[in-house]
Design a protein around this ligand. Structure first.
Ligand code: ATP
Length: 582
């Protein structure tokens, strides 16, 4: 496929905020895509060049891209930078310069999807001496073949900042519209509405596509199968070793409301304050994923040992919370203490000793040859009890109370808090496991005002002795219209890294994601998630969400979370109204 066709679709997507229209545009593009290009187009539509479960990154900074643009257009780095400051987007800058470029097009070629995809993938493999020049060469070669519009998207994809807004749900629907006749929506462009012949059937098909996605976590695989038909789609199975999205909980504010939602009796469990681990065991192989499905097996060698020694199953997928504890006193420590283990690449054994974790297993999704997603919670728990040999401070089952009694539930909640946990989880005994969904059969009840998980979208360089660090950070919540600002925060970070999350650490984490720099202020890609505490939420015209946090302070950096996991604007609104009720 010519890259031009993709670029033209990107442009329409970028200029439309209508979800149905976007779905229509993508589905038409997919219909035209050959089998050979399908996976590439699907991945490129998501602004990436690797599928979600592949954690390789293009890893090219804007400075290098600038050089490539200079090489391809003949403009100086200074001229490009000046224009960048004005337009705020290197993609648009490149497009603009390409229209009046000083260099002639060297090749009389047409850019293909394959060229772009494979070249950008190649960038991630180049390392060491001479690699900068090689990368500049590869990018500028793409640009020298590209038309101006194509150049806009080549640059944005290279910088991992596509800005065309294709949500996962849109891509899913587009795949169904494109390939599954029964899901023909009869889209009407003039009224931007759909009118499927058989609505029930339509919904059923969407659910089937979603189910296949939940199991494979791979849009490419689902698209290929859908193209062959429903039978092929039904063959997509959950594979031990491949990560799948975790099931999430809804939130309530009282024991009464929790029971109302999950029914009585229910299974109540301690809500541990650690981070989620999805553990896959296939005979002697163990693979561990975080909640954002990043593989962390190497960082947790002790977990692998616990699984091999204490879990009696040839194959299984376990859902767990890894909770940290103090190696001297044995008491549980907050998440922030163990979070550094997630990214750690050296001294693994030492840090495992200093910051030990206990694996609290609370669910099982596959047991030998049985897939348990549609098995009742009570049955799944029974299997866990049969196959896990508990060893305190190593591997245990989450502490559980089966009850229908409000009073007993409240006492259990107090007990959990006293032991340093966050509160309780309430589970419907008949509930199934729905990957990737926030469901009403798993409910959380927490103690005080929650920490708020937000993403950093901007920062400001400090002054004086802090001039090498960012010292103020603009944070945002998520919404259907993208990320919306909630305010600025600078307190709570430490001067030295040994004391906890520090200015230096956060600065280093953010640097690769800078997409625009103006004076002391930078805009960054929404990648780094942090937990904040705050006094109160106020209405505010100063920030795009319409709300501001009063006295926000950092609690920690959430290495285990992605920007999809942060608080939504609706949740902020709800917090705002609830605080006023109190
Ligand atoms: P939070 O910030 O409240 O932990 P979250 O957005 O990470 O929420 P939710 O699904 O909303 O995720 O809340 C449940 C989380 O609590 C799980 O993701 C898991 O990490 C953690 N957890 C701790 N103990 C349990 C348990 N016994 N059962 C299920 N989840 C548990």
């Amino acid at each position: 496929m010519k890259y031009e066709e993709l670029a033209e679709a990107y442009e329409i997507l970028e200029n439309s905020s209508k979800r149905l229209k976007k779905t229509w545009i993508i589905s038409n593009l997919l219909k035209k895509t050959s089998d050979k290009d399908l996976e590439k187009v699907i991945i490129l539509l998501q602004g990436k060049v690797f599928p979600s479960h592949d954690k390789r990154e293009i890893g090219v900074a804007s400075k290098l891209v600038l050089k490539a643009i200079a090489t391809a257009t003949g403009y100086s780095a200074k001229q490009i930078e000046d224009l960048w400051k004005k337009k705020g987007d290197l993609g648009l800058v490149t497009e603009h310069l390409m229209k009046s470029k000083k260099q002639n097009t060297l090749f009389n070629e047409e850019l293909t999807v394959k060229d772009v995809f494979e070249t950008l993938q190649k960038l991630s493999t180049l390392e060491g001496q001479g690699s900068v020049d090689q990368k500049v060469k590869l990018i500028s070669k793409l640009l020298s073949i590209a038309e101006p519009l194509e150049a806009r998207y080549v640059i944005r994809t290279t910088l991992q900042d596509l800005r065309v807004g294709v949500a996962e749900g849109t891509l899913r629907d587009a795949i169904a519209w494109a390939y599954l006749d029964e899901a023909n929506p009869n889209y009407d462009d003039s009224s931007d509405s759909i009118n499927p012949k058989d609505r029930e059937k339509y919904v059923e098909i969407m659910l089937k596509v979603q189910e296949a996605l939940d199991k494979s976590n791979d849009f490419g695989v689902v698209a290929q199968a859908s193209r062959k038909g429903l039978n092929e789609l039904a063959k997509i199975k959950l594979v031990v070793g491949n990560p799948l999205k975790v099931m999430l909980a809804q939130k309530v504010n009282s024991v009464e409301d929790a029971f109302k939602t999950v029914g009585k009796p229910a299974a109540l469990e301690f809500k541990y304050d650690g981070f989620r681990m999805q553990v896959h065991k296939n005979e002697n192989d163990v693979v561990i994923y975080t909640r954002r499905l990043e593989e962390v097996t190497k960082q947790f060698p002790e977990v692998k040992n616990y699984i091999l020694k204490n879990v009696k199953a040839e194959r299984c997928i376990l859902d767990c919370e890894a909770a940290g504890y103090d190696s001297k006193t044995g008491s549980y420590t907050p998440f922030q203490h163990i979070s550094q283990r997630i990214k750690r690449k050296y001294d693994i054994e030492k840090i495992a000793k200093d910051l030990p974790i206990e694996l609290n297993v609370f669910d099982i999704l596959v047991y030998n040859d049985k897939i348990l997603l549609n098995t009742k919670f009570s049955e799944r728990r029974k299997i866990l009890e049969q196959i896990i040999k508990q060893e305190p401070k190593k591997i245990v089952l989450s502490k559980l109370l089966l009850t229908d009694d409000d009073k007993k539930a409240k006492a259990f909640f107090e007990e959990s808090i006293k032991q340093g946990n966050e509160g309780l989880m309430f589970k419907n005994l008949d509930g199934i496991y729905k990957p990737g969904s926030r469901v009403g059969f798993m409910i959380k009840l927490k103690s005080a005002m929650d920490d708020l998980d937000v993403v950093i979208v901007g920062a400001e360089w400090g002054e004086g002795k802090r001039s090498g660090w960012f010292t103020s950070f603009t944070v945002a919540c998520q919404s259907e219209d993208g990320f919306l600002e909630l305010g600025k925060v600078g307190t709570g970070l430490k001067e030295k890294s040994e004391e906890g999350a520090s200015f230096e650490e956060l600065t280093n984490l953010l640097k690769p994601f800078i997409i625009e720099e103006k004076g002391r202020e930078v805009r960054v890609k929404p990648e780094i998630v942090v937990s904040l505490q705050f006094e109160e939420i106020q209405k505010s015209p100063s920030y795009s969400s319409g709300y501001a946090l009063r006295f926000p302070r950092f609690v920690g950096i959430r290495e285990d979370r992605s920007s999809e996991d942060i608080v939504s604007k609706e949740e902020v609104e709800e917090l705002f109204y609830n605080q006023r009720k109190k």
